[in-house]
Ligand binder design. Structure first.
Ligand code: CP
Ligand code: NVA
Length: 316
């Protein structure tokens, strides 16, 4: 039993597949008004060192749907690692809440919270990874291709081309694809690729061919089922904005780039989107149905995740 949800590399492909299948089943139950509120009186403490729209609202809404409650704690409120040591915060919250969700700069901070707390800890984005995002994304891919192409193994063998920065979202997606039998192509300018140690971990999870680096975005999207992008300037990198805008100038997901992709390819973006930078207005609007379903799936995936972690003792 794994009590926390910190990184996709901690799980087997089978465990991740079961979570996605369960989240899709629970989504259907929820939409029919038949999902039971399985976490009455349970409390999720949510720690945010960085801003958020989707992560905050989706976790809070998920707890409400499950009959529990969520408490929002900003860095100004608790001073994680400053006003109080992380290990003390973890132990106190473990006695007052039934689960902790944390969005921090340092990945080690989330690992430490998990180490010192008896209750489940969920990574709500660190500088290293964004596993809930990647799971909602892969759930969206599975949902889309099973609906549109009646594909029985809608993730296996698919190609996801990530055009942009080799960042936290890219890391989680690369690992998720490797675990679930999909191919991940990263198209990033020199100096912004994923580091080779992480790539070695991805390849050991999914085989040599599951990860490809292709600096030319037009070539990267050529066989893509999914074209994915994220901001060029992640939270905490604001000082590098000018340098990054310059480096990523030719990596915009535009109708020109999409003309190189297969016609069935969908576009995903974890949001928030910086229209006119990593994605054009036109492509955002054209692909709004998949991009917005992807953001809705944050809620649906996380509600199932909280149910499993806080109501069923962890991931088996
Ligand atoms: N995609 C995502 O995590 O959005 P927020 O930063 O708004 O939570
Ligand atoms: N890479 C982005 C993701 C935002 C959801 C960031 O870390 O800011």
């Amino acid at each position: 039993m794994i009590k926390d949800f910190i990184e996709l590399g901690d799980f087997t492909g089978e465990q991740l597949r079961r979570l996605i299948d369960r989240a899709l089943d629970d989504k259907a139950l929820f939409q029919r008004g038949e999902l039971p509120p399985a976490l009455p009186r349970k409390v999720l403490a949510m720690i945010f060192e960085k801003p958020s729209l989707r992560t905050r609202v989706s976790f809070e809404a998920a707890m409400t749907h499950l009959g529990g409650a969520a408490i929002y704690l900003s860095q100004n409120d608790i001073g994680l690692g400053k006003r109080e040591a992380t290990c003390d915060i973890a132990r106190v919250l473990g006695r007052m809440a039934d689960g902790i969700m944390a969005r921090t700069f340092s990945h080690d901070m989330v690992v430490e919270l998990a180490e010192f707390s008896d209750v489940p800890v969920v990574n709500g984005l660190t500088d290293h990874s964004h596993p809930c995002q990647a799971m909602a994304d892969l759930m969206t891919v599975q949902e889309w291709f099973s609906a549109t192409q009646r594909d029985r193994a809608p993730l296996h063998g698919r190609t996801l081309a990530f055009v942009g920065d080799g960042n936290n979202v890219a890391r989680s997606l690369a690992m998720g694809c490797a675990k679930l039998g999909a191919r991940f192509v990263l198209s990033a300018p020199g100096g912004y690729e994923l580091d080779r140690h992480f790539v070695a971990r991805v390849r050991s999870a999914g085989g040599d061919d599951c990860y490809v680096s292709e600096p030319d975005p037009a070539l990267a999207v050529r066989t893509a089922d999914v074209v994915y992008t994220d901001t060029w300037v992640s939270m905490g990198q604001e000082d590098e904005r000018a340098k990054r805008q310059d480096a990523f100038g030719s990596y915009q997901v535009s109708s020109h780039l999409m003309s190189h992709a297969p016609s069935h390819a969908i576009v995903l973006h974890c949001l928030p989107a910086y229209r006119g930078s990593e994605i054009t207005d036109e492509i955002m609007e054209l692909h709004a149905p998949t991009i917005l379903e992807q953001s809705a799936n944050r809620l649906h995936f996380q509600r199932t995740l909280l149910n499993v972690l806080m109501g069923e003792g962890g991931i088996e």
